[in-house]
Design a protein around this ligand. Sequence first.
Ligand code: FUL
Length: 492
Amino acid sequence: MALACGLAVQHAGGAVAPPAPHGVTPTSAQVAHAARPFYTFCHFTVDTFTGAEWGSGAEKPAIFNPSAFDANQIVTSLKAAGARGVILTCKHHDGFCLWPTKTTPHNVSASPYKDGKGDIVREFADACKKHDFELGVYVSPWDRNSEHYGTPKYVTDVYHEQIRELTTQYGKLFEVWFDGANGGSGYYGGKGGKRRIDAKTYYNWQVAWDMVLKNQPEAIIFSDVGPGVRWCGNEKGHAGDPCRATIDFPPGEGFGNVNTGRLNAGTLGGKLWIPAEVDVSIRPGWFFHENENPRSPENLMQIYLDSVGHGATLNLNVPPDKRGLLHENDVESLKQLGAHLRQTFAVNLAANATAKASNTRGNDPAYGPDKMLDNDVWSAWVSDDAVTTPEVELALAVEKSFNLILLREDIRLGLRLEGVAVDAWLDGQWKELAKAESVGSCHLWRVAETRTNKVRIRVTKSPVSPALSDFGLFLEPAFAPWVPPLGGATKP
Ligand code: FUL
């Protein structure tokens, strides 16, 4: 069982043909994205040195001077948490570029960092390569520094060109992140004032996104409305339950104009496959502030269950401090989260169970219920087309105690399930432990610790034959009290 809800790629079909996909299905890039459901954000720029959350654009590049920046320390600390990649704020709303872009002098080459010869994006790219970590980029559309912001020139000569530089000069990117905050007051080359734009049309998104996908065919594009992943509708760490990967946007809704409730839940039978991404910070702010402390490992685990465990991906922000390092308290919290995840998912207590299904597609063993337990997340238990509410009983060789349940659908066949329950055999009868209206790439349920030798999976509602690819029972350990190594609000 992979640490996170991991997915492989081939479908092990049998003599009998697999069922037809139901509704919209993910692209291969989206399938690969579901296999790395936990990754990170790194908010780092002039704000790190001013204490602002949104720089005005008037910041002097001279203030960007991390004393001990080490992308390797950042990447290895993030990796220790079990994350698979990092998305760097190459440019936030203040317009300061962390790479020596040709589009504006307002960049790292005008700073004292490495005497103006530094390139923070390059150092991240190198560290990611070295530590087998994926790299993504955040490049803010809103630019409070650029004098051209609000004119067509900004879009073609500055913004699109910045996207081109980032998607062609730093190797493979797994995600390109487009923020929805747009327009308003700023420095704007010293002219100041407010600039209003139409977020839907101004940036010429289709041209920008086509370019991203041409340069990085495997990258996932994030924006409030996708097209690769969508915003989950809040920055608190909660995907809905259900949080369907499918969604429809009614006329009028789109980039810059979204319904957060819809983003949080998705749409049953929606025509677009755009799963939710949960972006949340380990600290109260997106940028590092000395008087703040990181979340505890226990709180991070709750967020993991509320995001990855609801079929979304988790993008956890961990901001470097003024040294250009992740703070000791954050590093420890990440390390403990990683250890907890590894321990929790180390042993699938259902792995050696004997599985008996009420129905198996064409009686073909290639679709048998043991395919949910074979550690191959792409082989699935599938029923006959006409059988939409089948059941599986799992007999464990001996009684086991568990408190966490995992279920996955084979998402390559679409979102098929609309109702499922898991029961345990207790005191001579079945007791329902967990249920859900949607499963998708992963559903995790924390349940009261249960000891039994028999469990049952009941599909209660499905418009077509379900295809369940993975089932797990785990015993999540308790958390020790969280004691940040450097205590409360403190400098390193
Ligand atoms: C928001 C931005 O305005 C915040 O500063 C941050 O970058 C967050 C991830 O997205 O829309």
